[in-house]
Each structure stands twice: as structure tokens, then as C-alpha cells.
Unconditional design. Structure first.
Length: 139
């Protein structure tokens, strides 16, 4: 009887492990599809869930950074910096986790260079807004 119970526990653990692996695949697929369809906020949600479940997986952290990076590209001038900083942190973490990951290193260098310019770009974009739009931001 104890042997049967032991086998039952092992079977339950195996099924649970399969379900978790399936969920990872689903989240990653959902994130990639959202990313390809330019739904970067949804992509970030999927990749963030993966990165929280598996914080030591450089691929999940890299894709989260990419989603934040695209959000920075299309966001309003006041949110650009927030998403750029998040992307940079993700790329730094991905490189830290796997220094041999050329994609992560490329993204990091690209965003580090771009990040130096984005703060000034935000300033220029805000200054170019019509004066009545600036008034709306403070109400």
C-alpha cells in the first residue's frame, strides 16, 4: 500500500511538472505572438510572468526587455524613459545571467547608446507639444 501511495505521489508530481512546462510554453508563445503583432504591453505581461517564475532564465528576461523597449518606442514622451530604463535593466540582467548571449549583449549596447539620447529626445518632444497640451498634463 505504501508503494502504491509513493507511485501515486510520483505520478502527481510528474503531471504537475508537465503542466508547469506546458504553461511556460504557452506564456512564451503568447508573448512572442503579441510581440509580433505589436501588442507590446500584452507581450510584456507574458514575459514578465515568465521572468518572475524563472528569474534566472536569460531568454525570458531578454524578451521582457525587448517588449519594454518597443513600449518605449511607441509610448508618449512622459513614459518613454520609464520603459527605456526597464528595458536596460532587463538587458543588463540577461547579460549578467549569460555573458555569452550575443543577442542580449547587442540589445544592451543598442539601448545603452539609445538611452543616452532618449532623455534629450523626450525633452525635445515635450517642448514641441502645443502649449495647450502642456496645460492639460498638469490638470
Amino acid at each position: 500500500m505504501a508503494r502504491f501511495f509513493g507511485l501515486l505521489v510520483m505520478l502527481a508530481a510528474a503531471v504537475s511538472g508537465l503542466a508547469a512546462a506546458e504553461r511556460r510554453v504557452d506564456l512564451f508563445s503568447e508573448g512572442r505572438v503579441s510581440f509580433q503583432n505589436a501588442k507590446f504591453k500584452e507581450a510584456a505581461k507574458s514575459f514578465r510572468a515568465l521572468a518572475e517564475l524563472h528569474p534566472d532564465n536569460p531568454e525570458y528576461v531578454l524578451w521582457l526587455g525587448r517588449a519594454y523597449g518597443r513600449q518605449a518606442d511607441i509610448s508618449n514622451p512622459l513614459e518613454t524613459r520609464k520603459y527605456t530604463q526597464r528595458a536596460l535593466r532587463c538587458f543588463e540582467r540577461a547579460v549578467e545571467l549569460d555573458p555569452t548571449n550575443d543577442d542580449a549583449r547587442r540589445e544592451l549596447h543598442s539601448y545603452a547608446d539609445e538611452g543616452l539620447h532618449s532623455a534629450s529626445d523626450v525633452f525635445v518632444r515635450v517642448i514641441q507639444l502645443p502649449s495647450d497640451a502642456l496645460g492639460l498634463m498638469w490638470h
